[in-house]
Design a protein around this ligand. Structure first.
Ligand code: UDP
Length: 451
């Protein structure tokens, strides 16, 4: 009976982009769909491939990405090169995979693909299966393409740092995503891809919530006239499973259990940003001198962390031993949900932002590249749950000051209250009758209505 039920499920092919912040939301949406009766095929690159054993109900099929092992160690420096190599190399192998699935009579109801894997849209157009796009960033990131296009047409490039982008207020020119080019040809190319991807799809899913940016998604609906579903944060609706590429170190949870309520600042700057030793050292001084407890994810691929810690001055080492806990990679959602965590020093990746506000945790926002400045600006100036922090430390004492602002000062307390209000709103959105809950129902109906 169960077998027959599974065989009768509608088959969906999901194609994630091979980066942690993209893979996670795709697997979460796939889990939501699986628990609602769909069968899932994950077509993925060999690079950063997901762990099939964490999702035993999905069928995982890799396709070649043409990357050598040396290319595959990701960092801030080679992200763009890896991304464009993947997109050039993957179209043909993906087409082959899709043909093979069709030949094997694996009737595909729909392909759901990450908006940055735009080659999937081109291949699907040739072979006909319908597509749905998943956008793993916030809505203003998509609107930013339009704003940059407008600025280009009005002769307003190069960008003017502090100038506001009126249609995306509070964003300034300098907050616009760094992956959108200001080179005329490249920007027009990127616009074409974006528009083609959205217009050729039967819908767009956003990992976002109406109370955060429903108005922005409405603006996109008016531009594209394509159904758009704001059904985030996915992690709150997806059945529990781990989509982490790196192994999570759970030792920090036992350590957190021993700490006082809201006493710990959690520090994690995502899966890609690459740190120089001197930047880490400045962070270590600041955390030590702040006198706060801290849980620090030090993902330093190019540095021997044990040797680096040994090279620190005695008082900093002592502070790390007495008040800190360091891991290479943490179970972040569990950490943010922990009652001992009082704040989050974040690089403002979109998943981290959603996870943080869902748990009502205020932030130090230290954006570096991509969409992080957009997200930081939203957190600090629209949602008022974050304090803005630049990566460029010019004086010792700056890090310490921002950590103390978050954890001890009235500004930090206000941010905490605002974050609690947001937490409440987000939780309402995902419960029965809430905006994300309803969007998920509409999305399922929409999928089932595909001929
Ligand atoms: N994450 C994690 N452990 C860590 C740090 C991050 O599991 O120590 C997860 C985090 O929960 C989030 C994802 O990795 O879901 C990072 O995605 P995000 O969009 O925040 O940033 P990116 O890594 O893509 O820059």
């Amino acid at each position: 009976m169960e077998k027959q039920r599974l065989e009768n499920r509608q088959r969906l092919v999901v194609v994630p982009a091979p980066f942690q912040g993209h893979l996670t939301p795709m697997l979460q949406i796939a889990s939501i769909l699986h628990s609602n009766g769909f069968s899932i095929i994950v077509a993925h690159t060999l690079f950063n491939s997901p762990n099939p054993s964490a999702h035993p109900h999905f069928l995982f099929i890799p396709f070649s990405d043409g990357l050598s092992h040396e290319d595959s160690i990701i960092s801030s420096y080679n992200l763009t090169t890896i991304a464009s190599a993947l997109y050039t190399n993957c179209a043909a192998p993906f087409k082959e995979l899709l043909l093979q699935l069709t030949e094997e009579a694996q009737n595909i109801a729909c392909i759901i693909y990450d908006g940055s894997m735009y080659f999937v849209g081109y291949v699907a157009q040739q072979l006909n299966p319908p597509t749905i796009l998943l956008r793993t960033t916030s809505a203003p990131n998509v609107l930013a393409y339009h704003s940059l296009h407008r600025l280009l047409m009005e002769g307003c490039l190069p960008l003017q740092g502090e100038s506001l982008v009126p249609e995306l207020e509070p964003l300034r020119h300098k907050d616009l995503p760094t992956f959108i080019s200001t080179n005329v040809d490249t920007l027009l190319n990127q616009m074409n891809r974006l528009q083609l991807g959205i217009k050729s799809s039967l819908g767009v899913i956003f990992n976002t919530v109406d109370c955060l940016e429903g108005q922005r998604v409405d603006e996109l609906r008016q531009i594209y006239h394509v159904p758009m579903f704001t059904m985030g944060p996915f992690h709150s609706m997806a059945p529990e499973s781990c989509s982490s590429i790196l192994e999570q170190d759970h030792s920090c949870i036992a350590w957190l259990n021993e700490q006082a309520l809201r006493s710990v600042v959690y520090v994690s700057l995502g899966s890609i940003i690459t740190w120089e030793e001197k930047e880490l050292t400045e962070m270590a001084y600041g955390l030590a001198n702040s006198n706060q407890k801290f849980l620090w994810v030090v993902l330093a691929r190019a540095i021997n962390v044990t040797e680096w810690v040994q090279s620190l001055p005695e008082d900093v080492k002592k502070a790390i031993e007495e008040r800190g806990w360091m891991v290479r990679w943490a179970p972040q959602k569990e950490v943010l949900a922990h009652k001992s965590v009082g704040g989050f020093w974040s690089h403002c990746g979109w998943n981290s932002m959603l996870e943080s506000v869902y748990e009502g945790k205020p932030m130090i926002c230290q954006p570096c590249f991509g969409d992080q400045r957009v997200n930081s600006r939203l957190a600090c100036h629209a949602w008022k749950v974050g304090v803005e922090w630049s990566s460029h430390v010019s004086e010792r004492g700056e890090v310490e000051k921002v950590v103390r602002t978050l954890m001890l000062e009235s500004q930090g307390m206000e941010m905490w209250q605002n974050a609690q209000r947001m937490k409440h709103k987000l939780r309402q959105a995902v419960t029965q009758g809430g905006s994300s809950y309803n969007a998920a129902i509409h999305f399922l109906d929409h999928l089932l209505s595909i001929p």
